[in-house]
Design a protein around this ligand. Structure first.
Ligand code: GTQ
Ligand code: FE2
Length: 364
């Protein structure tokens, strides 16, 4: 510990005076920089969050047990079970800025409407039969779909089938909590529209590639597309790899196709605090090792492989989730074809000009 500017050996009187000084700092709620600087101003980000993996085969049975034992309804609002990073002192946070949870809705169950300043999305790794109703627009949830609930939009979920459904939620709850900017309001106890259309009104108006309604050409800070369907994501990735086979550009690195979900009114991220992407690796390929400012969460959608996170290495399978804390070196290797959904807090750092990326080396 640095105890201040270099000085000759202190006399016992000086030692005692120094001790009184620190004690007076403490009682006056003052802290000197020189005792804290290593932690406050590190040479590069050193996250308290750990790289960590949660296995789907562990998560889903626990969500099912919660479904049997814990009702969903007004007050608790959602049967959502948060991934709590073991480095974050028992907080239900997957990273310092992000929330990730498995949410479970049994047959015919309803999660009541509410709205909050936190931005939210859903990603579906398996199942169907739930409609999320966003500002009165019923949006079907199916495998591979990425669904948005931007801040301050009313939303409730209802399962219209005799089968349960589970999916993952991502929100900026920790960021909003840390910045004291949370607002919340209850809506109706039921969802406001019980119809079950295949396609939401939002998609019918907005989800046509390269086409916008001339009736509304404003730039918006949230994407107006409520659901990004698997059909389009899959096709985009398939075409990137086909173009690579034909010798044309498009992939991010050899054997690695990737798309970002975007806001068609700006071309930027879907929401101000959350970035979302989908990645596909060919069998047997590995990515370069990267570090990035900000944290990411990945969910394996299909296939198996290995992820290296700092000194740790995990094998991953369908449904497994892992978190990459800020500035932790990360690389992926695909055993079979490996499809991964990813979300991150990068837009926060880009907005504030604190973003950095470092590509360390080609691995394997
Ligand atoms: O589905 O509205 O995982 O409000 C956490 C907070 C889900 C939701 C979560 C929420 C929701
Ligand atoms: Fe919510």
């Amino acid at each position: 510990m640095n105890t201040g500017p270099a000085a000759p050996e202190p006399t016992p009187e000086e030692e005692a005076a120094l001790e009184r000084l620190y004690s007076d700092f403490d009682s006056e709620n003052l802290v000197p920089l020189w005792t804290e600087i290593g932690d406050l101003m590190p040479p590069h980000p050193r996250s308290d969050a750990d790289p960590h993996l949660w296995r789907w085969k562990t998560l889903l049975p626990l969500a099912e047990r919660a479904g049997d034992l814990v009702p969903v309804g007004r007050g608790g609002e959602r049967r959502a079970i948060a991934l709590a990073n073991p480095g974050l002192a028992g907080r239900p946070y997957v990273s310092p800025t992000l929330w990730a949870a498995i949410q479970y809705l049994g047959p015919r169950e309803v999660a009541p409407e509410h709205r909050h300043s936190q931005n939210a999305f859903r990603f579906v790794v398996e199942g169907e039969g739930v409609w999320t109703v966003v500002d009165g627009d019923p949006v079907a949830m199916r495998r591979g779909d990425f669904l948005l609930t931007p801040g301050w939009h009313f939303h409730g979920h209802h399962n219209t089938t005799d089968k349960p459904m589970a999916w993952i939620d991502g929100l900026d709850i920790p960021f909003v909590h840390a910045t004291d900017s949370a607002f919340f309001e209850f809506g109706p106890d039921q969802v406001s529209d019980h119809s079950t259309p295949e396609t939401s009104r939002s998609e019918r108006l907005w989800a046509h590639p390269g086409l916008r309604p001339v009736s509304d050409l404003r730039a918006r800070h949230n994407s107006p597309i409520a659901a990004y369907r698997w059909e389009y994501t899959d096709r985009a990735l398939t075409e990137q790899l086909a173009l690579e086979d034909e010798g044309h550009p498009g992939v991010v690195e050899p054997g690695h196709a990737a798309v970002r979900y975007t806001n068609p009114t700006t071309g930027g991220d879907v929401m101000p605090t959350i970035r979302a992407e989908f990645h596909r690796l060919r069998p047997g390929t590995a990515t370069a090792t990267r570090r990035e400012v900000g944290s990411s969460v990945y969910q394996v959608f299909e296939g198996s492989g290995v992820v290296r996170l700092g000194g740790k290495e995990f094998t991953v399978d369908r449904g497994d989730l892992f978190v990459v804390p800020s500035w932790v070196p990360m690389s992926l290797g695909a055993e079979s074809r490996l499809d991964l959904f990813r979300f991150s807090d990068t837009p926060v750092f880009e907005s504030l000009h604190q973003d950095r990326v470092s590509v360390e080396k080609e691995s394997e």
